[in-house]
Design a binder for this molecule. Structure first.
Ligand SMILES: [Fe+2]
Ligand SMILES: [Fe+2]
Length: 392
């Protein structure tokens, strides 16, 4: 994402990170590095629960907006999406060609891919990580501004040919890259980070009061859920609506099920603020609005304030700095267990409680993805199908 701070009052700079819950640190590391080509940029523990891993995947340096993190909760129940929770996270790819190459690569690895769906403002494919997290790869273009400027967003219905029931599902399913794709070439790179995060709301007007009214984000699109026409789907972001700044909410009936925390679910999402001064202003603003705001928490790589959206989803405001290279060099960041200064005295105890973690090298062009899909449920299904076939 662009880190440039525009003139005027300090605002939300874009997405900072998303934190999800995994059942196995090793399986998650294998998938995000070997299959998707991200870097394990920091290996640490959950500062609030130091017996469990907290892994950060990102671009080479852990730039804000590229960071996807996981708490490892072995044995935790599987979470499920719903109101007050995250629905999915989308990663940016440069163009449609790169996206189709991803479809071919991931299909050949045994994953089930849906799409490419033309979302009017971008084109997307969808799949799941080994714990069931819904991931999307979305093109940068044509962008949210193709049909209106953000100053005057109107509630608009999607083009009928793009919604469920109006699109040619067979043609979409058949569309893929014609050649096998054995490595992640630069046109496919996902190191540009997140395109958007999508959460679920019982009332997007109330969500708007929070994101626009309190946090000062721009409401950049008011449309409908292309897969569930008639249900509102709104997006907020920077005024220029650039990928990497976008948070979107799907509206559900207020009586629909709520999210439950667990593996394969989002824990919280974090928006980027410039610095401590800006963060303190936002904290005051939250408290003045009668909303929860945690004390400032030192996360070593950034500082955090936590609040909740109107449906109870945890939302963090994280500073841009000091960044992930504050305690180890770019060449080797992520390679060894890092602990915050206040936990160093307990390093032996903590290390003993953690399982070993085998890392892939960096840079990673994805040419050895097998370990990353070995324990993916979809790949396992294929393997057992073959075994059953051989036995019969
Ligand atoms: Fe999406
Ligand atoms: Fe966080």
């Amino acid at each position: 994402m662009t880190n440039t701070r525009t003139a005027g009052p300090a605002g939300i700079l874009g997405l900072h990170h998303i934190t999800l819950v995994a059942s196995s640190a090793q399986r998650t590391a294998d998938f995000y590095t070997r299959v998707l080509g991200l870097r394990l940029v920091k290996t640490t523990v959950n500062f609030d629960d130091p017996g469990s891993y907290h892994l950060y995947f990102a671009d080479e340096r852990g730039s804000a907006g590229t960071v996807i993190t996981f708490f490892e909760w072995p044995g935790a129940p599987r979470g499920r999406p719903g109101i007050g929770g995250t629905h999915h996270v989308a990663l940016r790819v440069r163009d449609r060609e790169g996206m189709l190459r991803w479809k071919r690569r991931l299909t050949d690895l045994g994953l089930r891919i849906i799409g490419p769906y033309d979302r009017h403002y971008f084109t997307s494919i969808y799949f799941r990580d080994p714990d069931g997290v819904v991931l999307e790869i979305a093109t940068d273009g044509p962008g949210m501004l193709i049909d209106e400027p953000t100053e005057t967003v109107a509630q608009r219905a999607p083009p009928p040919a793009l919604v469920r029931g109006g699109r040619d599902e067979d043609a979409i399913a058949a569309l893929t890259w014609p050649e096998p794709v054995s490595r992640i070439d630069p046109a496919m790179s996902l190191l540009g980070g997140m395109h958007h995060i999508t959460a679920m709301s019982s009332n997007v007007d109330r969500t708007d009061e929070f994101l626009r009214g309190v946090l000062g984000m721009s409401l950049v699109k008011r449309t409908e859920n292309f897969d569930d026409p008639g249900k509102r789907h709104w997006s907020w972001g920077a005024a220029d609506a650039r990928p990497g700044s976008l948070i979107t909410y799907l509206e559900r009936d207020a009586t629909d099920r709520r999210a439950s925390m667990g593996t394969g679910q989002g824990h919280h999402y974090a928006l980027a603020v410039a610095d401590d001064v800006s963060q303190a202003e936002f904290r005051d603003r939250l408290l003045s609005a009668g909303l929860p705001a945690s004390p400032v928490m030192d996360r070593v790589y950034f500082r955090s304030v936590y609040t909740r959206d109107p449906d109870g989803h945890i939302v963090e405001l994280a500073t841009m700095g000091p960044g992930f290279l504050v305690d180890e060099p770019a060449e080797t960041t992520g390679d060894t267990l890092r602990l915050p200064p206040w936990l160093e005295a307990h390093r032996d105890d903590i290390s003993e409680r953690l399982t070993g973690l085998e890392r892939s090298g960096w840079p990673n062009d994805g040419s050895n993805p097998e370990r990353g899909v070995m324990s993916h449920p979809r790949a396992a299904l294929h393997a057992s199908d073959e075994a059953a076939g051989a036995a019969s």
